[in-house]
Ligand binder design. Structure first.
Ligand code: GTP
Ligand code: MG
Length: 359
């Protein structure tokens, strides 16, 4: 899964990128923002993985992770950077919105910035659709093809939605329609987390940002969330360890680093849940879309396991922790279930797949 960091220039994207991925790319207040692209990997924090790892003491512990792409800022009216392929491939957008005062850009106006960025996404998609419609019309005039007529119909519908300033993520599409347009990688179709980058003094008001900046209606839109961080102060938090970090967080009025929540929000925004595999070799979280069948979940681990799938042994995280990691205890308590390939795996379940691959 890939997350694209997006935002107006100097909103704090690279600062947040460094935080999420543990990188150290230089950030600057004054340069013009060169069109550099950074990529990195962000680990999705999950206390359940920590706990399981403490129980099984495996050789390796693997968290769910995202690939993160950071681009130069997209100024109003300058959509060029949005064409970048790495960015078009993103599964979700993390929009960094400046909510700190800046001596050049002035006082923050998150609502205006959110509207401006959405407009750029909508205009970029409109350009793509208009170009495609022109070619389709020419082609249909020469020779009527059913698939092309169908595509034209879908694109016309999307075009009117965009003209009415509705992002494509808010347009209801059938599974077949969604598939037909997948290749366009429309930007306004991607789920989006508008993440307000707060002034360090305001970090304590994080949970009130929606009300403070009048963003409630935006938060209620389909596949849209509002989140917050204060990237600069969080960078200081990240440099501390253990108790010292806890004390600093408590001073700021926070229970956990805000970036933890940002990553969990991205996870939820993408409709992902985790199942776990445990053992002496590895304890691992596997991200799967909500509603995934056991056989497809097995495929996330290895395609051979999906192919030779027999049954999944399933139990819950809570039961396993209560049994101190003993499967024998779970079995005697009747807490170990055997499920077939169509069983829908739920968040927090521990799975062990039985499979058989013919040699
Ligand atoms: N006060 C304050 N300043 C911040 C915060 N986050 C970033 N900045 C400052 O804003 C400036 C730009 O930060 P970057 O992370 O480079 O912003 P960017 O969005 O990547 O910028 P471009 O890539 O050039 O568009 C730096 O001087 C940061 O220190 C914040 O939470 N509070
Ligand atoms: Mg940057």
């Amino acid at each position: 899964m890939k997350i694209g960091l997006i935002g107006l220039p100097k909103s704090g994207k690279t600062t947040l990128f460094n935080l999420l991925t543990g990188s150290a790319i230089a950030t600057a207040r004054y340069d013009t923002g060169r069109a550099e692209l950074h990529t990195g990997v962000a680990r999705v924090p999950d206390p359940r993985v920590e706990r399981l790892s403490a129980l099984f003491k495996p050789k390796k512990t693997t968290y769910a992770s995202f690939e993160v792409v950071d681009l130069a800022g997209i100024a109003k009216g300058e959509r060029g950077g949005l064409e970048t392929k790495e960015f078009r491939d993103a599964d979700a957008l993390l929009h960094v919105v400046r909510a700190f005062a800046d001596e050049i850009a002035g006082p923050p106006d998150p609502r205006r910035d959110i509207v401006d960025l959405e407009t750029e996404l909508i205009l970029a998609d409109l350009e793509v659709i208009e170009r495609r419609l022109e070619r389709l019309e020419a082609s249909i005039r020469k020779q009527h093809k059913e698939v092309e007529a169908r595509e034209q119909e879908i694109l016309r519908r999307l075009k009117s939605a965009l003209e009415a300033e509705t992002p494509l993520r808010a347009v209801a599409l059938s599974r077949e329609e969604a598939k037909a347009i997948r290749g366009f990688t429309f930007l306004s179709e991607k789920p989006i987390l508008h993440c307000l980058n707060l002034d360090e003094k305001a970090i304590g008001d994080g949970s009130a940002v929606e009300a403070k900046y009048g963003l409630r209606d935006i938060a209620g839109r389909p596949r849209t969330r509002i989140g917050w961080v204060s990237a600069v102060i969080e960078t200081e938090v990240a440099q501390l360890a253990g108790l010292e970090q806890q004390a600093f967080l408590a001073d700021l009025g926070l229970k956990e680093p805000a970036i933890h929540r940002v990553l969990s929000d991205c996870y939820a925004l993408l409709g992902l849940v985790s199942f776990f595999t445990v053992g002496e070799d590895e304890v691992r979280a596997w991200p799967i879309p909500e509603g995934t069948r056991a056989q497809d979940a097995a495929g996330a681990v290895h395609s051979d396991i999906a192919r030779g799938f027999i049954r999944a042994e399933v139990n819950t995280y809570d039961d396993l922790v209560a049994a101190s990691g003993s499967f024998a205890d779970l079995r005697t308590r009747g807490q170990l279930r055997l499920e077939g390939k169509d069983y829908v795996v739920r968040d927090g379940e521990i799975c062990h797949f039985r499979f058989n691959v013919a040699k």
